[in-house]
Design a protein around this ligand. Structure first.
Ligand code: IMP
Ligand code: MG
Length: 176
């Protein structure tokens, strides 16, 4: 798949101010209670760091890597845990941090899986949401931006592992 051009969509400043708002909401929800942020690698690494820096509640940061079989720009629905959490989440407030919810399949699987581990609470925060593409219902607690059905890259999001390091989010225009 060849990328023809990246069309700027969300600037660094716009992303940063939205993250500040999300962090304020999250901090007021958890208050002084500790919360375990579960960063879903690799896409949400940038988002998790920027968000965590601005949350005032005590946070623990854990990482998990999942892959949904399938390549290119769509997921198959078969999800595999590539790297599991390094700790138990039993009795903890858990906030899953995702980069984007597309079909909803990855998160639907993951949230069910984490629920069986008996956290005190389990919530979901995503930077981007593409509701037009939803195949499976997922309850999302915090959303950064609702976006149209376009393939986006940057700020952690990739296309074939490229463009994650762009400081902004853009639409990847693919060569036909
Ligand atoms: P879902 O299971 O279809 O919701 O897929 C979610 C995963 O697909 C995300 O965590 C991303 O890794 C990837 N993904 C979906 N849409 C995009 C996109 O527009 N840009 C980059 N990655 C995407
Ligand atoms: Mg991802």
């Amino acid at each position: 798949m060849k990328v023809k051009k990246i069309e700027k969509f969300l600037s660094e400043d716009v992303i940063e101010s939205r993250i500040k708002e999300l962090a304020a909401k999250i901090s007021s929800l958890y208050g002084n209670e500790p919360v375990c942020l579960v960063c879903i690698l690799k896409g949400s690494a940038f988002f998790t760091c920027e968000l965590a820096k601005r949350i005032t509640s005590p946070v623990e940061i854990e990482f998990m890597s999942v892959s949904s079989y399938g390549s290119g720009t769509s997921s198959s629905g078969v999800v595999r845990i590539v790297q599991d959490l390094g700790c138990s989440i039993e009795g903890k407030h858990v906030l899953v941090i995702e980069d984007i919810i597309d079909s909803g399949r990855t998160l639907s699987y993951l949230m069910q899986n984490l629920k069986t581990r008996n956290p005190k609470s389990l919530r979901l925060c995503t930077l981007l949401d593409k509701p037009d593409r939803r195949q499976v219902d997922v309850r999302v607690d915090f959303v950064g931006f609702v976006i149209p059905d376009e393939y986006v890259v940057g700020f952690g999001l990739d296309i074939d592992q490229q463009y994650r390091n762009l400081p902004y989010i853009g639409f990847a225009k693919i060569e036909e």
